[in-house]
Design a protein around this ligand. Structure first.
Ligand code: DHB
Ligand code: MG
Length: 209
């Protein structure tokens, strides 16, 4: 009896390991086919590492997904809230047509956002900054958007914590962000697991026409 349980546990573990391996192989294949990093992106990552910045940038699949979304809303003006080392900024800038503009805010975005009202509207807003003010970033994104604009935010799943009672200020910001996004009648929205072995990812919204 005891041996049987052991064998069952073992085969379950083998199945889980195989599934994890499959997920990683799929992600690697999609990355290499659709979202391969070039020298510029790799150099940006290396520079960030050398500078001692945290290695918390988006994945190449997320970078390509931002480009896809930019193309879908014909983005000429993109706003990024939270620049970190500029890795996502490179993906975003490359999605722009000649003459397009990327404005990327770092450090205290809430102090800078009011200055952008004369620049509005933005076609795409990407939020990947400090987490407690996520709901306020959403307010600004909506203020600076147009019908058809796309609003994307990173880290909106967090291993499921984004949908539970928050345990800290950061999670409170993300939980509230998701609630507002999902409940806003002006938006069509969805959280989509695509990063960290499908335990984190973007929340995506489009402003209805
Ligand atoms: C972390 C990841 C992120 O993508 C981010 O924007 C901030 C923090 C993290 O894993 O700590
Ligand atoms: Mg992030």
């Amino acid at each position: 009896m005891k041996e049987n349980i052991l064998i069952d546990n073992n085969s379950e573990l083998t199945t889980l390991q195989q599934q994890a391996r499959t997920r990683h192989e799929i992600e690697a294949a999609i990355t290499s086919m659709f979202a391969a990093e070039d020298e510029g992106l790799r150099a940006a990552l290396e520079a960030a590492k050398q500078a001692g910045l945290p290695q918390i940038q988006i994945s190449p699949i997320q970078g390509k997904f931002l480009q896809l979304l930019a193309a879908m809303c014909n983005a000429h003006k993109i706003l990024e809230i939270g620049a970190l080392a500029g890795y996502s900024g490179i993906w975003l800038a490359r999605a722009l047509p000649p003459g397009g503009r990327l404005i990327s805010l770092e450090v205290n975005p809430l102090d800078l956002l009011p200055q952008l009202q004369s620049e509005a509207p933005f076609d795409l807003v990407f939020i990947d900054a400090d987490k407690p003010p996520y709901p306020r970033y959403l307010e600004w994104a909506l203020r600076l958007a147009r019908p058809g604009s796309i609003i994307v935010a990173d880290n909106c799943i967090r291993g499921g914590k984004a949908f539970r009672e928050p345990e800290d200020e950061s999670m409170a910001g993300i939980v509230e962000y998701n609630k507002r996004l999902a409940g806003d009648p002006r938006l069509v929205s969805l959280a989509l697991a695509m990063d960290d072995d499908y335990t984190d990812g973007f929340a995506i919204a489009v402003v209805k026409q």
